[in-house]
Design a protein around this ligand. Structure first.
Ligand code: MTE
Length: 360
């Protein structure tokens, strides 16, 4: 383990040592920007150790046109800073009942950081004409095999051209004002705002123009919503949909699960976000969903970050309570009581519920 990895691992809850997978405590997520030391890590393969002296980004256009851009060149290109939330598609999987296969993320597979880098479109312009291009491949320098993979391969994902040309889709070289740490993708990673984290490819070493979506294991077989019918054989043969934009969601950062508080006024707090626009309201229930009251929601400076919310609870009576929070986004998408089931338990945005006791 590198010294940087040890520091990260010491402040997070480890789900896997190698490859490193680690998430934050919910109580630590109560801030607009997540410090890098508290930002979750999700690696499919061991972290590659890349040296700047021998590193260059390979950009492949059509008709054999290839250019290489080194780190200094990228840093001298027009840059953009984006406050952007990343959530792992498997976040909150541990809350699914009955338990489901996969990494048992509690709720800490999410964070917001300030990323700085080059708009991907600037890089694509170096690849020549975009005619015929439908998708753009992002390939990482990490490789390996996982359950279900036929052979060893690099971690790679493609995104539609339209998403690649969005000015806020960047190849980032800084996170929270510092060069990326190895576990977060040093020297360069993609940031794809609004989508679950799997397409924000780390250690990007190759960008390629495609004329159809790529079919890597991770994008065509793994990060897909496998419906129930696919498992019990009643599916009509339709291809499972790929995991893309994030569902609307809120999490309660205070009180923590099982806390006992004194009777009196308490401020219930949390964070809310959606992959498809700002949050329009968060409602809180302290009686297991029988009644809901509006929380105060702060505005966010960035369309891709989360919003803080709080609600003052007058806890007059002693007893046991179930606190719940429900977010709605500007498109009217409401966080459901129970998210739709899918085989790998992706995108679990079921309403978060936290049991709390009030003593005399
Ligand atoms: N990129 C590469 N090359 N390899 C990976 O394993 N994991 C993806 C994505 N990019 C991954 C990757 C997943 S599933 C997520 S959720 C995010 O990185 C996590 O980014 P972080 O570890 O910086 O939090």
């Amino acid at each position: 383990m590198s010294s940087e990895t040890e520091v990260i691992a010491s402040q997070l809850n480890i789900l896997s040592h190698n490859p490193l997978v680690a998430g934050a405590d919910l109580a630590d997520l109560d801030q607009e920007l997540t410090p890098t030391s508290l930002f979750f890590v999700r690696n499919h393969f061991p972290t590659p150790n890349l040296e700047l002296d021998s590193w260059a980004l390979k950009v492949e256009g059509h008709a054999g046109r290839t250019v290489y851009l080194d780190y200094d060149y990228l840093k001298n290109m027009p840059s953009r800073e984006v406050d952007c939330l990343l959530e792992c598609a498997g976040n909150s999987r541990a809350a699914i009942q009955p338990p489901i296969e996969g990494l048992l993320w509690d709720h800490g597979g999410v964070g917001t950081a300030r990323w700085k880098g080059v708009p991907l479109r600037e890089v694509l312009e170096r690849a020549g004409s975009l005619d015929l291009t439908t998708d753009v491949l992002l390939e990482g320098a990490d490789r390996g095999t996982e359950n279900g993979m036929a052979e060893e391969a690099a971690y790679a994902m493609s995104i539609p051209l339209e998403k690649a040309l969005d000015l806020d889709t960047i190849l980032a070289y800084e996170m929270n004002g510092q060069p990326l740490l190895p576990d977060h993708g040093f020297p360069v990673r993609a940031i794809i705002p609004g989508w679950y984290g799997m397409t924000s490819v780390k250690w990007v070493q190759r960008v390629s123009l495609l004329t159809k979506p790529h079919e890597s294991f991770h994008e065509a077989d793994y990060y897909v919503y496998v419906p129930e019918g696919e498992i019990d054989g009643t599916n009509d043969g339709a291809k499972p949909a790929r995991v893309t934009s994030m569902a609307v969601k809120s999490l309660i950062t205070w009180p923590t699960r099982g806390l006992t508080v004194s009777a009196g006024a308490h401020t219930i707090r949390g964070m809310a976000w959606s992959g498809e626009g700002p949050i329009s309201k968060v409602e809180v229930s302290v009686d297991n969903g029988a009644s809901w009251r509006p929380a105060q929601v702060t505005r966010s400076k960035s369309p891709y970050s989360w919003q803080k919310w709080e609600f003052v609870w007058e806890a007059a009576q002693p007893g046991h309570f179930l606190v719940r929070a429900r977010a709605t986004d500007v498109n009217g998408r409401v966080q459901p009581d129970k998210a739709d089931w899918n085989f790998r338990g992706f995108a679990n945005n079921s309403i978060h519920a936290v049991p709390v006791s009030v003593k005399e």
